[in-house]
Ligand binder design. Structure first.
Ligand code: ADP
Length: 363
């Protein structure tokens, strides 16, 4: 048995008494070889298996029925001190000096099990994300409700305008005020309309979309109330870009995510600048970038940034960029980031256009 063995290896005789206990087994179970050799291997099992084990061996020797030999199973072991931990156990049979021995190969599953827990966590978080989708539905319903009173307000305003129309004297300026009120109400109705279109889950198929419109809408809706007066937003959209075949809602989710990250990154600084650009990248890719003048990406997370649950924010879930990556790659594009010369970060993504630029540009 080699001293550097990765697996713990334990041999026992037909009575279940330990014959050898390698260094990996010592590390795994916390016993020294001397503490175990000559004793029944049951001592390495949780109590409820101990009584069974003698029966297992006896049964096998009598009937040849294999329950674990050559099969391998996931079971629990018990360390010195009583801690129970998951192991993968496979057992082989051999003869040493004419005597029958069983050789147990044991792999610690603690890590692997925690990876599974990670998977479960991942699923939970994704459910949370889809609950956010459900929230979208609630907002959609709410928008519908708000639409009706807005329409009523528009009507009343129209009536009032008719009443003061052509009137002279003190009452005359009211017409002007009513007109402004109408314009604002219409604006509110437009926002609600776009909000509904934005989150409406029925519109999740791919269509030929104008990227500029899509970016503009994402900007308007995605960072409502977040940007404030303090952030200077610059739009550098190249005119006449070909349309792209995308799921609008999903691509807007990507943009909104990038915008929010940029806004978050600049939260603690006085000067905040956000630049959103779109341009051709070669003949068949449209390139979108979102640039900030924040502190940049922390080096410790830079290389795993697009993985799930990577976050430096107290309230962050760390799934934003991993969702962005999934969406962009689903569309046949790529997402990455570059540090800015003067500080800050630029996130880039590309979306392939399906037809040559000249064929679609005119539409
Ligand atoms: P979350 O926003 O929940 O943290 P994300 O996946 O959106 O999850 O982002 C992961 C992490 O990447 C953020 O916590 C932040 O540390 C970093 N990050 C993303 N965008 C920027 C940016 N523009 N500037 C600096 N750090 C950023």
């Amino acid at each position: 048995m080699d001293e550097t063995s990765f697996d713990a290896i334990i041999t026992i005789n037909a009575k279940g008494l330990v014959q050898s206990f390698n260094p990996a087994a010592e590390r795994l179970f916390g016993y020294s070889e001397g503490e175990v050799v000559g004793r029944n291997v049951k001592m390495l099992m949780p109590t409820h298996f101990r009584t069974e084990h003698d029966k297992y061996i006896a049964n096998y020797l009598q009937t040849g029925e294999k329950r674990i030999i050559g099969i391998g199973r996931v079971v629990t072991g018990e360390k010195k001190g009583g801690a129970i931990f998951p192991i993968e156990l496979s057992v082989g049979e051999s003869r040493i000096d004419g005597a029958q021995v069983f050789v147990g190969f044991i792999r610690d599953l603690t890590e692997i099990q925690s990876e599974q827990r990670r998977v479960q966590e991942l699923q939970r978080e994704l459910f949370h994300v889809s609950r956010l989708g459900e929230m979208g539905q609630v907002v959609s319903g709410l928008a519908h409700e708000v639409n009706q009173p807005l329409a009523a307000i528009m009507n009343y305003l129209q009536v009032a305008r008719n009443m003061v129309d052509g009137k002279q004297g003190e009452i005359a300026p009211i017409g002007d005020v009513l007109e402004k009120a109408t314009a604002q109400t219409k604006r509110a109705a437009d926002i609600v309309k776009r909000l509904r279109a934005f989150i409406d889950r029925r519109e999740t198929e791919r269509r030929q979309e104008n990227l500029a419109t899509l970016i503009d809408e994402a900007l308007a809706l995605g960072i409502v109330g977040q940007v404030g007066q303090a952030t200077h937003v610059r739009l550098q959209l190249t005119a006449g870009l070909p349309r792209v075949n995308v799921d609008r809602v999903q691509i807007q989710q990507v943009i909104v995510n990038l915008l929010r990250n940029a806004v978050d990154a600049m939260e603690h600084q006085k000067n905040r600048e956000l630049t959103i650009s779109s341009a051709m990248d070669g003949a068949d890719l449209v390139h979108v970038s979102v640039s900030d003048i924040g502190p940049g990406i922390s080096p410790e997370i830079a290389d795993k940034l697009f993985g799930a649950f990577v976050t430096t924010k107290e309230e962050g879930m760390g799934v934003g960029l991993s969702i962005c990556k999934a969406i962009v790659e689903n569309h046949g594009g790529r997402i990455w980031f570059t540090p800015n010369d003067g500080g800050g970060t630029t996130f880039h993504f590309t979306i392939p256009i399906e037809e040559p630029a000249t064929a679609t540009a005119a539409r």
